[in-house]
Design a protein. Structure first.
Length: 337
C-alpha cells in the first residue's frame, strides 16, 4: 500500500524552539529583584498556517484538506473532507470501505472529530456506513450526545441520510478467509497491520480541528473498540494550545490517554516533538512488551510547528504546509534490530 512505503530522505520538520528568558520576582532579601530563568518557549516566529498534518503517507487526503482550506473553509471542514478520501479508498484496508473485518467477518468502524470550540463527536463499532467521520460530525452537531455506538450509531446515520452498504470488499474478504485457516487470534498490532488516519489542520484564522478514523485492529474480537474514536486517546484538540492524534495499538494509547497528554505537555511549554516523545516513552514505561506493538503520534501547536514520534521504525506522516505536500519519516524509540 502506498502510504506504507517508507520515504528515506524526509526529515522531521524544524521546530523553531528557542530558550527564552523569563523574569521572575524574588522576595528572599525583602527586596524585589529580577532573576533570569531559562524556560522552553516557542519562538516568536509567525505561525506557518494554514497547514495539514496526517498519519501515514496520504497525499490525496492532505491535498483534499489543503484545498478545502484554500477555499477559505474551516479546519473542521478540512479534516472531515480530508479523511473521507481515505475512508472511500477501497485499497486502504484500515479505514472505511474495504477495512479489514473483525474475527467474525464484520467490518466495524470507529471515528471521531473535534472542533476549535473543543466540541467532540464520535461513533464506535458502526457497520455499513462508509463515512463514519461524517456521522461523528453529525453526532457532535445534531445530538445532545458525544458518542454513539453500534446499531444506535448506524440507525442515527441512516436517519441522517447516510446510505447503508456492504463495506467488506472481495480483497478484505479474501484476507480474512486466509486468516481464518489458522485463526490465530493475537491482539497484537505489529508495525505492518495498522494504519489509522488521524488528521490535524489549522485554517487561515489560526483555528485547529482534528479527525481520526479507523477500522481498528484487524481480526479483533467482536465489539472491540480501540483508541481512535475516544477523546483524549486517539485525538485531542485544544484550540489555545494545539492538537495530537495517534495510530497503533489502541489499548496502549487508551491506557496512557496519549493525545491529551501531548496537548497538556505542549501547554506546559514542550514543543510538539518533545511532547510526542514523552507520550511514547510513557507507553514504553508502562508496557514491558513494547517491542511487540507499535504506537505513533503526531502533533501540532498553535504556530503550526509539528512533531512526530513512534516506538518502531516505519511510521511516517504527511504534512501540507508552505504549499508543499510532503511525506516524512518519523523518528522512533527502538533502535535495536
Ligand atoms: N489505533 C487503532 C486501534 O487500536 C488501530 C491502528 O491504528 O492500527 O483501533
Amino acid at each position: 500500500m502506498k502510504r506504507r512505503k517508507f520515504i528515506q530522505n524526509a526529515a522531521l520538520t524544524g521546530l523553531g524552539l528557542t530558550v527564552g528568558t523569563a523574569l521572575t520576582a524574588c522576595a528572599d532579601d525583602g527586596k524585589s529583584k529580577e532573576k533570569a530563568v531559562a524556560t522552553t518557549t516557542n519562538s516568536d516566529a509567525k505561525p506557518i498556517i494554514p497547514m495539514v498534518i496526517a498519519t501515514w503517507n496520504v497525499p490525496n487526503a492532505t491535498k483534499k484538506a489543503w484545498d478545502v482550506l484554500q477555499e477559505g473553509k474551516s479546519s473542521l471542514d478540512a479534516v472531515e473532507q480530508g479523511v473521507m478520501v481515505e475512508e472511500a479508498d477501497v485499497n486502504n484496508q484500515s479505514v472505511g470501505k474495504g477495512g479489514l473485518p473483525d474475527r467474525d467477518g464484520n467490518v466495524t468502524l470507529d471515528a471521531c472529530i473535534m472542533n476549535k470550540e473543543g466540541d467532540y463527536g464520535a461513533v464506535v463499532c458502526i457497520e455499513n456506513i462508509k463515512h463514519p467521520i461524517s456521522v461523528a460530525r453529525k453526532v457532535m452537531e445534531d445530538t445532545p450526545h458525544v458518542l454513539l455506538a453500534g446499531n444506535g450509531a448506524k440507525q442515527f446515520a441512516i436517519k441522517s441520510g447516510f446510505k447503508p452498504e456492504n463495506l467488506l470488499t472481495e480483497a478484505s474478504k479474501k484476507a480474512w478467509e486466509k486468516w481464518k485457516v489458522e485463526a490465530k487470534y493475537k491482539p497484537i498490532i505489529n508495525v505492518e497491520n495498522h494504519d489509522t488516519i488521524g488528521m490535524l489542520a489549522i485554517d487561515k484564522n489560526g483555528d485547529i480541528s482534528g479527525a481520526c478514523t479507523t477500522s481498528g485492529l484487524s481480526y479483533k474480537m467482536q465489539g472491540r473498540v480501540g483508541d481512535s474514536a475516544i477523546i483524549g486517546s486517539g485525538l485531542f484538540i485544544d484550540n489555545e494550545i494545539g492538537g495530537a492524534t495517534a495510530t497503533g495499538m489502541g489499548e496502549e494509547v487508551l491506557k496512557t490517554v496519549g493525545s491529551f497528554l501531548i496537548v497538556e505537555l505542549m501547554r506546559q511549554g514542550k514543543s510538539p516533538q518533545e511532547a510526542c516523545e514523552e507520550a511514547v516513552k510513557r507507553v514504553i514505561k508502562k508496557s514491558p512488551n513494547y517491542k511487540d506493538f507499535q504506537v505513533g503520534y503526531i502533533a501540532v501547536n498553535k504556530k503550526g510547528e509539528t512533531g512526530a514520534y513512534c516506538i518502531h521504525e516505519w511510521f511516517n506522516y504527511t504534512i501540507y504546509q508552505n504549499d508543499e505536500n510532503k511525506n516524512h519519516k518519523s523518528n522512533y524509540y527502538n533502535k535495536t534490530k
